[in-house]
Design a protein around this ligand. Sequence first.
Ligand code: ATP
Length: 473
Amino acid sequence: MPQDDEQGWITESNNNPEQQDNVTSLADRIGGLSTEKAEQADQGEKAEQGDQPQQPQQPKQELEVSVTLADQQADPNSPLYSASTFEELGLHENLLKGIYAMKFQKPSKIQERALPLLLQNPPRNMIAQSQSGTGKTAAFALAILSRINYDSSNPQAVVLSPSRELARQTMSVIQQMGQFTNVKTAFAIKDAIPKGSKVDAQVIVATPGALVDAVRKGQINAKEVKVFVLDEADNMLDQHSMGDQSIKAKNLITSKPQILLFSATFPDIVRNFAAKFAPAANEIRLKQEELSVEGIKQFYMDCDNLEHKFKVLVELYELMTVGQSIIFVHRRDTADEIAHRMTAEGHTVVSLHGKQESSERDLTIDSFRDGKTKVLITTNVIARGIDISQVNMVINYDMPKTASGKPDSETYLHRIGRTGRFGRKGLAVNFIHDKESWKVMNSIEETLKKEIIKVDTSDFDAMEAIMKKELKD
Ligand SMILES: Nc1ncnc2c1ncn2[C@@H]1O[C@H](COP(=O)(O)OP(=O)(O)OP(=O)(O)O)[C@@H](O)[C@H]1O
């Protein structure tokens, strides 16, 4: 039976007394592999960067957040808290070097909880839930890097992501974490695998359709995969989204891998299927009231109609560029239209959506990640997973709805979770312009039990004051 612990986390696991030993032996297995890389890095040489397309640059850690972060990591009620150090989690020293090179000091709660379970032997499946921006990527990246047999160059781990942008970001994390190992990585995303070639890499980060395609064409050998990760798993298993492709991918991986499902949200309807997809899994879950991230403050602006909504957005431009902002809309053509109109009014904004060419999408997200563009207008395509620490405002220009038109509180959580990353502060502003959007917002507010506060559309000084107050440390 799942046990409810003192921090409100529900953990179900077999408390294997040999767990620590197993972890150590795993660590031993990758020992001695990568001193070469460590030396290279010590001498200031660049570690191998892997395959095309290039992974995006990660934003630098900001000094000013480190004090409050230390406080949060010391607070048992915070999702960033942990009682242990990375050393105590039994990770190999070359992975510890990677972690510290990324300037991580202590594990977050999900990392502390999940890693011992992920590394136990024999391997067990895992369904892991933790709030947005709390470090789930590092948890599964470290599990993957701990399980690889570095003497074989066959594919041994596959990560499925819902978007190419998230796949590229995840690849970057795996490569940074593994920079002191000899890990070989490759993408299976659109336009990444040259025709007729075979993928020769231990870790593959993929989108589901591209993976299925490459395995069927014999470009990826899926017979020795040991770890299969579905990031944003509720979305990947959703029949209205990528469910079919994920099932096909699983069926093509014939080696009975350890299956890891990660997400900030697991609605009941998907959870049952998840339990079938990853049978007998260890499970870490959140209660409904724990889903919201404390550092993200939520507001709404009551607009008169569609045109007024656009005007309000334009008025907010200056505030949106104080840090960086993401504006979410429902449709691709709305994203383009707003970007076009705002550009015509002299503002610098970019749009990103699934109808654009891969190369254009890569350029757009990279320039946003580098801070060269400050305002990104997009659809749900990047509602999940994207981690850009400077994003301090998210605007729901259109409120999120499911395919059948119902209020979509999961997508809402993921969208607003693009800000407030790992202890940072952020603002979410909802634009309401008719009865329908009002209904959707009320329903989401009720589901998440977090107040959404009104800001007057004619009082931008009030919005500025809110920003100053809410975003200061
Ligand atoms: N232990 C740590 N110490 C400091 N920073 C960390 C630590 N773990 C992760 N981070 C940073 O926290 C940020 C958020 O991590 P990550 O993107 O993995 O979150 P997530 O839980 O996967 O979020 P989402 O649900 O939105 O996908 C990243 O910038 C990452 O580098």
